[in-house]
Write a protein that binds this ligand. Structure first.
Ligand SMILES: [Zn+2]
Ligand SMILES: [Zn+2]
Length: 259
C-alpha cells in the first residue's frame, strides 16, 4: 500500500492511495488542475485513478470532485446526505459515476472500505478504514470534533493513520477569530486539537502502526512545529516510537510505501 497526502488544510484536502492494484483519492478539495499537478509531483496521474471517496460536503473536500469525475470518468462515492447538500456545486454526475455510501463496500476485488460516521458540522461526515491486499490497512479522519469509542475501534490494528491536528488550544484562544468561530472549532462538532489527536494516537497505538499523518493543520491557530512537538512529547511519555509527518497545504507529501 502507498499513500501521499496531496495537500491538507482549510484551503483544500486530498489523499492519494494505491493498494498496489487499485489507485484512488479520498476527497478532492482542490481544483482539478491543482490535483493533476500534485499527482504529477509524486509521479502519478488522474488517468490512473479509479475512484474518488468523499468524506463530507465542505468545499475544502469536494471542490474539484465534479470536474474530475466528468473529465476522467471517475466514480464518486459519497453519502446521500452530503450529495443532497452539494449537488449544485458538484454539477452533473453521470448516474453510473454516482455511488451512494451505505455501509461497508468493496471498492475492487481486493480493496474493502469501512466508512464510519464522525462528529463534525456537515450534514454527514465520514471517516474511512481501508483494507487492502496482504492485510494492509489505513484509517483516515480529516475533520472530526470528537473521537468516540466507536471511532477508535476503526483505528485499531492499522498500518497507516491519518488524523486531524487542527488547532493548538492556546493559539486558538488567542488568535483573531471571532468568539463564535472559536467556539464552533473547539466544539464536539468542530475540529480536533493537537492534544486530543496526540491522546488518540497513544490510545489506538499498536506495533503494527508504521506511520501517522497529522493533517488539516490550521494556519491561524496552529503551526506544524507545534503539532510535531505536542504529538512527539505525548508519544515519548507513553514510550511510543512512531514515524510522524505533518501534511502541508501547498505541496504533496512524498509517496510512502508499506510492504
Ligand atoms: Zn469540514
Ligand atoms: Zn475540512
Amino acid at each position: 500500500m502507498k499513500i501521499s497526502i496531496l495537500g491538507s488544510g482549510s484551503s483544500g484536502n486530498s489523499i492519494f492511495i494505491d493498494t498496489n492494484e487499485f489507485k484512488f483519492l479520498v476527497d478532492a478539495g482542490f481544483s482539478c488542475k491543482k490535483i493533476e499537478e500534485r499527482l504529477s509531483e509524486i509521479g502519478e496521474s488522474l488517468k490512473d485513478i479509479s475512484a474518488l471517496l468523499i468524506t463530507h460536503e465542505h468545499g475544502d473536500h469536494i471542490m474539484g470532485a465534479g470536474i474530475i469525475s466528468r473529465k476522467y470518468n471517475i466514480p464518486i462515492y459519497i453519502s446521500q446526505e452530503s450529495y443532497e447538500i452539494s449537488k449544485v456545486k458538484l454539477g452533473n454526475i453521470e448516474d453510473c459515476n454516482l455511488k451512494f455510501i451505505n455501509g461497508d463496500f468493496q471498492l475492487s476485488e481486493t480493496v474493502k472500505i469501512q466508512p464510519f460516521d464522525v462528529m463534525h458540522d456537515a450534514s454527514r461526515t465520514l471517516g474511512f478504514k481501508i483494507l487492502g491486499k496482504n492485510g494492509k490497512s489505513a484509517a483516515i479522519s480529516t475533520d472530526i470534533g470528537y473521537i468516540s469509542n466507536i471511532t477508535k475501534e476503526y483505528f485499531k490494528n492499522i498500518d497507516i493513520l491519518v488524523i486531524e491536528c487542527n488547532y493548538d488550544y492556546d493559539m486558538l484562544m488567542n488568535c483573531s477569530y471571532p468568539w463564535d468561530l472559536k467556539s464552533r472549532i473547539k466544539s464536539n462538532n468542530g475540529h480536533l486539537s493537537n492534544t486530543d489527536a496526540a491522546k488518540f494516537i497513544c490510545d489506538i497505538y499498536s506495533e503494527k502502526l508504521q506511520k501517522a499523518y497529522l493533517v488539516h493543520v490550521s494556519k491561524d491557530s496552529n503551526h506544524p512545529d507545534l503539532v510535531l512537538e505536542t504529538v512527539k512529547k505525548m508519544l515519548y511519555e507513553n514510550n511510543i516510537e512512531l514515524d510522524l509527518e505533518v501534511a502541508h497545504q501547498d505541496r504533496a507529501s512524498n509517496l510512502f510505501k508499506i510492504e
